[in-house]
Design a protein around this ligand. Sequence first.
Ligand code: BMA
Length: 311
Amino acid sequence: MTATLASPKTLLQRHPANPLLAPTSMPIPCSAVFNSGAVSFDGKVLLLMRVEDLARDNHFHIATSEDGVHFEVSEEPIEYPLRETEEKFLDNRFDMRITPLEGTYYVSHASWLGGFGCCSGLARTDDFRTLTAVGELSVPSNRNAALFPEKINGRYARLERPQDIDGSGRIWVSYSPDLIYWGDAQPILLPKTPWSRNKSGPGAVPIKTDKGWLCIYHAVADNCATSNYYLGVMLLDLDQPHKVLAAPRQFILQPEMPYECMGQVPNVVFTNGAVVMPDGMVNVYYGGADTCVCLAQVPLDELLEFCLTQA
Ligand code: BMA
């Protein structure tokens, strides 16, 4: 029997076409395309991709696909005028997450402000041609905001990752009456594991199931050479999402393949977008080594079952 590096028992299964999109698939000269927001739009899978040009400035291009695997990329980036604060201080926006909510699409993202740190921003769109800012940015340091796709007990809700005092961070949930003012924040208590010992943060937008909110998240373990990024899954209470119903100790994806271990940032699998396909398959779009767009899949019922039986 021939030994192989890939672990066949990881719950998420990589698509054989990986990486789905690479710098050479983009309409502009670029060094990386990764960390895409993902949503079902107009009967297709739509990705909002972070495309880093050769100055390492970010542009956000759309890619659409009928089957979730073969994508057509927009020539022009989506327009998103800068807020006043961003005009003065913005270095880069990144990690866009798309939430369908109340008949429109909200896009949450990180904005890195030179001299201040990382803030969360929120925008909206109906057509994915232009993004319009919703209010101002959060104060630093906050990132990975993922808006829930419906109000919870009359309030908007989001997962987020404020920075801890030592530079690490954990997942919190907070609420808002109007998408502008956020508060009533509560931490989410996940099991301590070796693969999540340094940081954890929200990943894809929560998926509603009758058993709870299914949330795929990322976590980081530093070692003597690198910071390795993993994906995990947790199930949160539908009414009080700071309550963890299940959180398996095992990760569901780790960096193993060359396109996850070699690139701009080695040993990274990072998601900010998942789509439940019409056949019940969860398509998790993830960035490989901060360089390319990849796909890993698992049937929704298996993901839920894993949560409920392995926790
Ligand atoms: C995080 C984010 C992600 C990135 C990851 C690994 O802090 O900035 O965009 O994929 O680091 O570099």
